[in-house]
Design a protein around this ligand. Structure first.
Ligand SMILES: [Zn+2]
Ligand SMILES: [Zn+2]
Length: 344
């Protein structure tokens, strides 16, 4: 690449559990010889997605090119974390051909896009495209739909207020910023679910952009990389709930990290995670679990009551420690109740 050409950056956004890490894993292993770098941002202090991605580092994307930004949502830490990290990445002797940014599931993409206007990086990178992932089954089930009763109650209290539910607000901001929407977990949603999800998303789009169904992150990299959208020059087309506000907050959501003892019965753990989703509205749980008698660590990921787990690699010496990151709406995160639910 010409050293004066701007490095393209793809922003991957999407709610908690929509499949962002899976998509990026697929891109890393199908990069077509491109040298990639990944910035991965998580809500909460314990990075799990960065670990998952590092376990599939290869020659096109060595481990040092996978950089974790774990001090809160990337949209709020732009000046402190994001810009300096980008500058360091661009100063390396071998520049990446393409940079992927996995935002936290709660991050608002627009404040991040605004950061690309900063003089320190504006001349050197461009936003090639914003890819928004939406869990087709969850969208079809109305999980991100505004709650009509809540909106009505708020309007009755304050005529000027146009707030919806915390989930619908984040979801709409992510869709409104996108150049392409991927309907993930298409296999689980089925044909009718996909149609319902499409209709719900079209209703939120300020402009029509392509929507594609995806299963297990499998999509041709050429479809989503190389869009040349220069999104940093096109902010007006991407409305946000927070346009006109100096600051925004994420205090609608909270996370807690739970240390667990070694687990003897994986099925029992899965059942208690499902029960937390059902009874305490936990949105997302993920982490690495030490299972009695097993040298490998168990990666457990839950989106609501849908729990998946697999052994991914051996524990490093001395690191055998189970931890689970649990995320939900603020009022639902009760640390004592969550620990009790997990039997500790
Ligand atoms: Zn933020
Ligand atoms: Zn707001």
């Amino acid at each position: 690449m010409n050293s004066l050409a701007k490095v393209p950056v793809t922003v991957v956004t999407g709610f908690l559990g929509s499949g962002k890490t899976t998509l990026i894993q697929h891109l890393l292993s199908n990069a077509g010889g491109k040298k990639l770098a990944v910035l991965v941002n998580e809500f909460g202090s314990e990075g799990v997605d960065g670990e998952i991605l590092k376990s599939c580092a290869d020659a096109n994307c060595p481990e040092e090119n996978i950089i974790e930004l774990a001090n809160g949502c990337i949209c709020c830490t732009v000046a402190d974390d994001f810009i300096p990290t980008m500058e360091k990445l661009l100063a390396r002797p071998v520049r990446p051909d393409h940079i992927l940014i996995e935002t936290s599931g709660l991050a608002l993409p627009k404040p991040l896009l605004k950061a690309f206007d900063w003089p320190e990086i504006r001349s050197r990178i461009t936003v090639d495209g914003v890819i928004a992932l939406a869990d087709a089954e969850a969208v079809a089930a109305g999980r991100f739909a505004p709650d009509p009763d809540a909106v009505e109650a708020q309007r009755a209290a304050d005529q000027n207020l146009d707030h919806e539910t915390p989930l619908s607000e984040v979801f709409e901001d992510q869709i409104a910023c996108a150049d392409i929407v991927l309907l993930t977990k298409a296999d689980l949603a089925g044909a009718a679910g996909l149609e319902a999800a499409k209709a719900a998303i079209i209703a939120e789009m300020p402009r029509r952009v392509p929507m594609l169904p995806v299963t297990d992150g499998a999509i041709d990299a050429r479809v989503i990389l190389g869009l040349g959208a220069a999104a940093e020059n096109d902010l007006a087309a991407r409305p946000s709930h927070h346009d006109g506000e100096e600051e925004h907050e994420h205090d609608d959501f909270a996370s807690v990290v739970v240390d667990l003892p070694e687990v003897a019965d994986v099925d029992a753990l899965v059942a208690s995670v499902q029960k937390l989703a059902r009874e305490q509205n936990v949105l997302r749980a993920k982490g690495y679990i030490a299972v009695a008698g097993k040298p490998m660590r168990l990666l457990l990921q839950a989106v609501g009551e849908r729990v998946r787990h697999q052994f991914d690699k051996p524990w490093g010496a001395g690191h055998r420690r189970s931890k689970l990151v649990v995320i939900g709406e603020h009022g639902d995160i009760d640390e004592a109740a969550i620990k009790a639910g997990l039997g500790i």
